[in-house]
Design a binder for this molecule. Structure first.
Ligand code: F0G
Length: 359
């Protein structure tokens, strides 16, 4: 019997680590238990020294890591008697909020930056019946508006400023340790609003405190160069990157991301869009793992650090886990732009064989 078949979702599986009681109604899509895929091809082809593993969060029910936090946030909202939730989003949070809300019978409002949300994510939010409000402004403005709304109206915030989101998302760290049998030496991940790096660090620390692991990883976070407020040490007014998921100039969890970086002895660096795209292609063509551009920042960052000689001594051959936060199908526009689809040919054997160079 496969483990997946019995998997109850992150709340039920990690109940003892989460703020739930027998009275908390569980709103779950059996999220979590995502694959930790060894990446020997990447290691060999790119001459990377550490042992590489890909935590493929695109395998979650709505195609991103957000489901881990959303199952908690929506379950707790229902427990508290809420009837509506709201979030600002670059897309994945809104897709996840929409899915879990309709399952729970909650009204879901999402504010998204017009023209800066990948098509798959917009489609998800709409298909799940959320009230999608596109604003003529960026994510940072959307979040500001949402925070004003929740202050005065009976609508529950489900952005990662909602503490239950972080609680659920820390389950990603638990799974990495459970799969590897120990904590990795390094963990690479994209950083946008900075909730996920906060959550993973909390997860690793709690697991160690409870005796489930003996060590802690160095947290290596990566922002896009045109959208790197934490790296630059100041708010970015007009953030730019093709990785729209992390196009954020003023991250809500800025301080806790810095704490994760400093306490772990890691770093938060930035990678160019060109490097992100290069990593996007490497993941797809060398390992068969299709991610959205923001997720490729994990590998882009690893490659950059390897080239800079960051990995030294014994640590250079230890385990690195790359968190691949979202599925490639989220952003079909980017994929098609990258790999021009072929023109149609005659539906005739000779023409097909000729195309295959088999005549
Ligand atoms: N990767 C993907 C695919 C994301 O969607 C996000 C954030 C991140 C990485 C960064 O995670 O914000 O916790 O640092 N997406 C949010 C959203 C902002 O609205 O979907 P973070």
């Amino acid at each position: 019997m496969s483990r997946k078949k019995d998997w109850p979702g992150v709340i039920e599986y990690y109940r003892e680590f989460l703020p739930v009681t027998d009275k908390t109604p569980l709103i779950s899509l059996q999220e979590g238990n995502t694959p930790l895929i060894p990446a020997e091809n990447l290691r060999r082809e790119l001459k990377l020294t550490p042992r590489l593993f890909l935590k493929y969060e695109g395998a979650n029910p709505t195609g991103s890591f957000k489901d881990r936090g959303m199952t908690m946030a929506i379950s707790k909202a229902v427990e508290a008697g809420a009837s509506a939730v709201i979030c600002a989003s670059t897309g994945n949070t809104s897709a996840s909020a929409a899915a879990y809300s309709c399952r729970a019978g909650l009204k879901c409002f999402v504010l998204v930056p017009e023209g800066n949300i990948a098509l798959g994510k917009l489609a998800q939010a709409l298909v799940h019946g959320a009230e999608v409000i596109q604003i003529k402004g960026d994510f940072d403005v959307a979040l500001k508006l949402v925070l004003e709304i929740v202050e005065k109206h009976p609508v529950v915030l489900v952005n990662s400023l909602n503490p239950y989101r972080i609680e659920g998302q820390k389950s990603g760290a638990f799974e990495v340790v459970d799969s590897l049998g120990h904590a990795p030496c390094y963990q690479c991940m994209p950083v946008g609003n900075a909730g996920n790096i906060t959550a993973y660090w909390r997860g690793y620390k709690e697991y160690k405190e409870k005796g489930r692991s003996e060590s802690l990883p160095k947290m290596l976070g990566f922002q896009a160069e045109g959208s790197a407020p934490i790296v630059r040490g100041e708010v970015v007014k007009d953030p730019q990157t093709l990785a729209t998921a992390i196009k954020i100039g003023n991250p809500a969890s800025w301080k806790t991301a810095e704490a994760a970086r400093d306490e772990s002895g890691g770093l938060i660096d930035m990678v160019s869009d060109a490097r992100i795209l290069e990593a996007y292609h490497h993941l797809a063509s060398l390992e068969g793992v299709f991610v959205e551009p923001a997720s490729a920042a994990s590998l882009a960052g690893l490659i950059k650090l390897q080239q800079d000689g960051y990995f030294k001594g014994e640590d250079a051959a230890r385990d690195v886990v790359l968190i691949l936060t979202g599925h490639g199908l989220k952003d079909p526009g980017r994929a098609i732009e990258e790999v021009k689809p072929p023109d149609a040919i005659e539906a005739e054997l000779g023409a097909v064989l000729s195309k295959m160079k088999l005549e």
